[in-house]
Design a protein. Structure first.
Ligand SMILES: Cc1cc2nc3c(=O)[nH]c(=O)nc-3n(C[C@H](O)[C@H](O)[C@H](O)COP(=O)(O)OP(=O)(O)OC[C@H]3O[C@@H](n4cnc5c(N)ncnc54)[C@H](O)[C@@H]3O)c2cc1C
Length: 247
C-alpha cells in the first residue's frame, strides 16, 4: 500500500480560524490579514493564538470550521475489501480504478503468490498474528504453512482463471467475478478535515481491520503535516476518546 498527498488547501488552519472568528466577530474577515483576524485571541504569537482557538473549537465540539479545508489522497494497492469499507463514508468523494476498463492481463500469476495484484494479509503467514473472530487455541507451524499454501494457491489459481477467461473472449467486467476480494485497487479520495477526523475515529480504532487501520494511520501522518495544530490536538486529546461514534 502507498498513500500519497495529491492536493490540499493551502494554509488550512488560517482558513479554520477565519471561518471560526467570522462567527463571533463584528468585523468582516474577508480581505483581513490573519494577524488582524486573530488579534483578540489569547496568545503571544500567531502560532499560540491558533493553538488557543483550534484547541477550543475541538474541545467544545465546534467542528463546522474544519469542513472548509479539503485534502485529496492517492492510494495505491489496497484490497477491494478495504475499498468497500472506506467507501461507506458518505462525505468522502472517491474515484476508484475500474476493472471494466483495466484488465490485469500482463500479471504473471506466479507473482501473485508474493503480493502482486492481490493483498496477502499477515495472518496468511504470521503465526503470531491475532485477528478478530479467529478460531481459538494454539496454532502449530504446520497449520501456518498450510494456511499460507492454501491462500497462495487459491489466489494464483483465481488470477490464472481470470486471464484464461479474458483469452477466451470474456469481457473484463465479467471475468473479474472470479477474482478474490483481496484484489488490489487504486483510489483517489477527497474529504474535509472534519471528515478526516471522523474517518480516523472509525478506522484508526483498535476494532477496525488491520489494513484500513494502516491506511488511516498513513492519512493521519499526512494530515499531521498539513494541519499540524489540529491533528496534534486530535491525536493527543481525541483519538482514543470513549464517546466516539460507533457503528
Ligand atoms: C469496526 C467497524 C465494523 C463495521 N462493520 C460493519 C458491518 O458489519 N456491516 C456494515 O454494513 N457496516 C459496518 N461498518 C460500517 C459502519 O456501519 C458505517 O457504515 C461506516 O463506518 C460509515 O460511518 P458512519 O455511519 O459514521 O457514516 P459516514 O458516511 O462516515 O457519515 C458521517 C456522519 O454523518 C452522519 N450521517 C451521514 N449520513 C447520514 C444519514 N443518512 N442519516 C443520518 N446521519 C447521517 C452520521 O452522523 C455519520 O456518523 C463497520 C464499521 C467499523 C468501523
Amino acid at each position: 500500500m502507498e498513500v500519497t498527498l495529491l492536493e490540499a488547501t493551502e494554509d488550512p488552519e488560517d482558513l479554520v480560524c477565519k471561518a471560526a472568528r467570522n462567527d463571533y466577530s463584528a468585523e468582516f474577515v474577508g480581505g483581513q490579514s490573519i494577524e488582524a483576524t486573530m488579534e483578540t485571541v489569547e496568545g503571544d504569537t500567531l502560532e499560540e493564538k491558533k493553538e488557543t482557538l483550534i484547541g477550543h473549537l475541538l474541545d467544545h465540539g465546534h467542528f463546522g470550521p474544519f469542513e472548509h479545508p479539503q485534502i485529496t489522497f492517492a492510494i495505491e494497492g489496497v484490497s477491494r475489501s478495504c475499498m468497500a469499507q472506506i467507501t461507506r463514508h458518505r462525505h468522502v468523494s472517491f474515484d476508484v480504478q475500474s476493472m471494466r476498463y483495466v484488465s490485469f492481463d500482463d500479471v504473471d500469476p506466479a507473482d501473485v503468490r508474493d503480493g502482486e495484484m492481490v493483498v496477502v494479509p499477515p495472518s496468511a503467514t504470521d503465526p503470531e498474528w491475532v485477528g478478530r473472530n479467529q478460531k481459538q487455541g494454539a496454532v502449530d507451524e504446520a497449520d501456518v504453512e498450510r494456511r499460507a499454501e492454501i491462500f497462495r494457491d487459491t489466489i494464483e489459481d483465481a488470477v490464472e482463471s481470470y486471464q484464461e477467461l479474458l483469452d477466451l473472449g470474456m469481457p473484463p467486467e465479467d471475468a473479474r467475478f472470479v477474482l478474490p476480494i483481496g484484489t488490489k485497487v487504486n483510489i483517489v479520495m477527497s474529504m474535509n478535515a472534519r471528515m478526516l477526523m471522523h474517518v480516523a475515529d472509525m478506522r484508526a480504532a483498535a476494532d477496525a481491520q488491520w489494513e484500513i487501520r494502516e491506511m488511516t494511520e498513513e492519512l493521519l501522518d499526512i494530515a499531521g503535516e498539513w494541519c499540524p495544530i489540529t491533528f496534534d490536538h486530535y491525536e493527543r486529546e481525541m483519538k482514543n476518546r470513549k464517546n466516539r461514534l460507533a457503528p
